[in-house]
Write a protein that binds this ligand. Structure first.
Ligand code: GTP
Ligand code: MG
Length: 442
């Protein structure tokens, strides 16, 4: 399945240069057919660059180009690859791609990375991280993805798999030698080993659930009574007049949602309708949505203008994720604030800093993500959860003296869940779902 595929790998539109990649069987020969110096290209060493003129199928010159040559297996995909760097006029790039498509087909989204994976250039978690890296909405998110691309997570999982294989081997030895007069295996030692693996898997899971926010963004809902200053704060965070602000209570009705980067962390900020009893059916619908958004948020930033917040009683179960902020701090005495409440003013950047600090503390965002393997992907987290459940079964079987066959079989389940993350035996369906999220050209 190494038929030649091509795609533009730089974004659409004008730019200084555009790059078109072709990968697969006879990729270099195909390009040479449209190049004014085919011999030079065909003889070029891997990782070298050849300069020349790219012509269309009738021999008309299209552009002067630089062609980067990568020979299998030393390329991104593991196949022969040529990357044609042309001038960044979209018409030229399209013409060059059009000519290549006479002898190749357009790459599907993620297909270059899929081939890299199939040719063992990347394991599945690293391949997925390539997509995260491209789509990361903030500096911390891209750092976390880069760490995965570099294989931090893979190496960590591989060491867990080694430990699991070791424990399983002990069970299998115990099964094989059960009827012989050999010393029994040390059950306590086996339990200790499985517990330790479980502990490491749990730590990865717990940290990952937080770190998942690095991919998806921390959802912060601005809430409070009408006129509390929600929209003003929304605009202050975004540094633009996105939401309408007026002195009139009940200004915001439909909610607004915007993403931005909070000290490098991705945040999805929601501005909502102020909560009050209202006769107006439009405002009532807006308030209903505010309440729903509060339920779905990671953090509720509850603004209030009075001496104490008028936090709706029916939302008592959401208290844990609420940060209370006394708004319009430029207009009120600050001494009287209840414990843990933060003064904030849409007019002062200092107020925003305090709030930001409090949000990140509340989310317990890991700060040394550069040094740790991190699971930030929902598919990976689900697999980790399956692995932990299987380890629990193994421990249960061991405690009940159910027989080492059962323990071994649970350990196999635990391993295969981890192998799902690395894509050791992936199904076509899974691969399809993962790579369809990529953009064409990756
Ligand atoms: N001095 C001062 N005025 C503020 C501040 N924040 C908001 N205001 C004023 O308070 C009024 C209401 O602000 P909004 O941001 O529209 O309040 P809101 O909570 O979005 O109101 P609704 O959408 O009606 O629920 C406006 O006149 C703002 O100029 C602040 O930090 N300091
Ligand atoms: Mg508003």
């Amino acid at each position: 399945m190494n038929d030649p595929i091509s795609a533009r790998i730089t974004p659409a539109g004008s730019s200084a240069i555009a790059v078109i990649r072709i990968s697969g069987f006879k990729a270099l020969e195909i390009v040479a057919g449209y190049f004014d110096n085919p011999d030079k290209l065909l003889k070029a060493r891997s990782h070298s660059i050849v300069f020349g003129t790219f012509k269309d199928e009738t021999g008309i010159p299209l552009d002067e180009v630089l062609i980067s040559v990568f020979r299998a297996p030393h390329s991104y995909t593991g196949e022969d690859v040529a990357e044609i760097n042309c001038h960044g006029n979209p018409l030229i790039a399209e013409r060059i791609l059009g000519v290549l498509l006479l002898k190749s087909r357009l790459a599907n989204p993620g297909e270059f990375t899929l081939r890299a994976y199939l040719n063992s250039k990347l394991d599945l978690s690293r391949a997925e991280a390539v997509n995260d890296l491209i789509q990361a909405g903030s500096s911390k998110a891209s750092m976390a993805a880069l760490m995965q691309v570099k294989g931090y997570l893979s190496r960590h999982l591989e060491s867990l798999l080694d430990e699991l294989a070791d424990a399983r081997l002990r069970c299998e030895l115990a099964i094989d030698f059960a009827d012989q007069d050999l010393p029994q295996i040390d059950t306590n030692d086996l339990r200790r080993r499985i517990l330790e693996i479980r502990q490491r898997a749990c730590a990865l899971y717990e940290e990952g659930s937080h770190a998942r926010k690095l991919r998806e963004g921390i959802r912060i809902c601005l809430a409070g009574a009408p006129n509390a200053g929600k929209s003003s704060l929304f605009n202050a965070f975004l540094k633009q007049n996105r939401a309408i602000v007026t002195p009139q209570p009940g200004t915001t009705r439909d909610y607004l949602e915007e993403s931005f980067s909070l000290e490098g962390y991705p945040v999805v900020l929601l501005d909502t309708a102020g909560i009050r009893e209202s006769q107006d059916s439009i405002e009532r619908e807006g308030i209903k949505r505010s309440l729903e958004l509060m339920h779905g948020a990671d953090i509720i930033l509850y603004l209030y203008e009075e001496d104490a917040p008028d936090f709706p009683e029916e939302l008592g179960n959401l208290q844990d994720k609420v940060i209370f902020a006394a708004s319009k701090a430029d207009m009120r005495p600050l001494a009287k604030l209840p414990q843990g409440h933060i003064p904030v003013s849409a007019l002062s950047p200092d107020g925003l800093k305090l709030i930001s600090k409090s949000i990140l503390e509340r989310m317990q965002m890991p700060d040394n993500i550069l040094e740790r393997p991190m699971v930030t992907n929902a598919r990976h987290l689900a697999a980790l959860q399956r692995s932990i459940a299987a380890l629990d079964m193994a421990l249960g079987a061991l405690d009940m003296d159910a027989g080492f066959e059962f323990v071994a079989s649970d350990l196999i389940q635990a391993s295969s869940a981890l192998e799902d993350i690395l894509g050791v035996v992936p199904t076509e369906d899974l691969l399809g779902r993962i790579f369809e999220n990529f953009c064409i050209g990756k």
